[in-house]
Write a new protein. Sequence first.
Length: 195
Amino acid sequence: MKYPEEARIGNKTYHINTDFRVAIKCFEVSENAYISDYERFFAIIYLLFGDEGLKDKENHAKLMEIAQKYLSCGKAPSESQGEPDMDYKQDEGLIRSSFQYDYKYDPYEESYVHWWKYFNDLNNLSNSEMGNCCALNRVRAIRNYDLTKIKDAKERAKMQKAKEYYSIKKEKKQREFTEEEIRNMEEFDKLMGGG
């Protein structure tokens, strides 16, 4: 399968920064409570399309559509179903060992791995009901385990403790911007040809 390396809008071609580390950075930016939607929008365009994409203000909306589809590996972006059971940053060690276990390579030690290859490999890691699976999927199974299936109170408490230990640590609060930051964002928007 040939993975995308560029995007076209009309007769203009944009190079996409396709390494998986860039895609992970885009997800970190999109989930960061301290970054406004405004900053997030421009950060993702810059990360994926560089200065060329950032300067091309007429195509920002189309570039963001392409970015969303690219980050979703060619599928239409969909609303997430429930709580995530994996975090790229928090689970990096598990991801490394799981790739090593299944594929005999560590993507983080490679100079380049295309985002779609990384994502495909990640989603095809060994996963077996018999327990013969990679470390990441064992932890994901704990995170997703339905405690109501356990009748014994001691065992349920033990599994609850494991779920808490392996839970994804996320900051939930939203950042408040100062008046100066808001003025700077409005000024930047005017410079870029917005409102």
